[in-house]
Design a protein around this ligand. Sequence first.
Ligand SMILES: C[S@@+](CC[C@H](N)C(=O)[O-])C[C@H]1O[C@@H](n2cnc3c(N)ncnc32)[C@H](O)[C@@H]1O
Length: 311
Amino acid sequence: MRTDAYRLRVACMERIDTYGAGYFHGRDWLRKAFLAVPREHFVPDRVWWPQRGADGLFPLLDRRVRPRRWIAAVYRPLAALVTQIADGRIRPEDGPTDCAEFTSSISCPAVVVDMLHHLDPRPGDRVLEIGTGTGYNTALLQARVGAGNLDTIEIDEGIAARARTTLGARGAVPRVITGDGEYGHAPGAPYDRLLSTAAVREVPRAWLRQVRAGGVIVTPLDTPFNCDALLRLVCDGAGHATGHLIKGIGFMKLRGQRAPRSYASLGWPPWPSYRVTVGPDEQRITAGAGEDEGPVGSISGTSWCERDACP
Ligand SMILES: C[S@@+](CC[C@H](N)C(=O)[O-])C[C@H]1O[C@@H](n2cnc3c(N)ncnc32)[C@H](O)[C@@H]1O
C-alpha cells in the first residue's frame, strides 16, 4: 500500500529531478535508496522551520499537533529542518524562538541527494561520515555500501544516541561513534569515501591521512562569498588532496571551526585576484592573475539561496 508519505517522497524526487545536472542523474542506486528510506522515520516529532515567520520567530512544527503540516515540511526538497538550537540550550518545548544559533538539523533532501551524487560511493566502499545528525543521510549511504562498511561520527552525545536508536529500528546499524569528527576515525582507516555534513573553514589534515589514494572527500567549505560551497577532493593517500568547488550551499560549521578566521590565512585569493570582464554579450569572472585561468564558476541550476515556503 502506498502511504501519503510515500507519495510525498515521489513528488519530492520528481521536483529534485527538475533541478538540472547532478542529484539523481546517473545514480539509480540513489533514486532507489531515496524511495526506500522513509525520511519521516528520522525526523523528530518537533522541529523548527529554518526561516522566521512574520512574528520574527522560527516556527515550531509539531507532528502531534499538525501532522499534515509536519509531513509536508519533511518532504520539501529545499528545506532543512532544525533539530537542535544553541547546542540544546533552547528546547522544542520552549516553542518558536528568535535564536538563529542552529546546531543540528536534517539537511534538505535536494542537498543530501546532491552531496551523495558527488560522493559517488560504490558497493562495498569503506565510508566515513562526519555529522550523523538524525541518521537519515547515514541510512542512504548504508543502502549503498552496507552497514559494516560505514562509520559515522556525531559530536553531540544525545544526537548520536538518538541516531543509533533510529537506525537500529530499521535493522543493521553502522558504527555510530560519539566524538569529534575533525580527527576522523583512525581505527577504521583507510576509507574510500569521506562525507562531512558540517562545513569546514579548513579541511582537517586527519581526513587526508585517513582516505586512501584515489579516495574522495566531499564537504561544505566556508567561503568569503557569504555562503558555503560544496567541495569535492581526490586524495593521494600521502596527505594531499586536490579538487573543485561545485556549487553554493549552506551548512552549520564543525563545532571546532565555528570561530571566524581570516580568509587569507585559509588560502583564499585576495579580492583583486577575481577578474571581471563584461562585454556586450557576456560577463566572465576568472580566478588568478593570469589571462589563461578558467571561469570560477557559472550560476546555474538550484543554488543555496533558493528556499521553500513553510507549509
Ligand atoms: C547538518 S547536521 C547533520 C545532518 C545529517 N547528516 C542528517 O541527515 O540528519 C550537522 C551535524 O554535525 C554535527 N557536528 C558538528 N561538529 C561536529 C564534529 N566536530 N564532529 C562530529 N559531528 C559534528 C552536529 O552536531 C550536527 O548534528
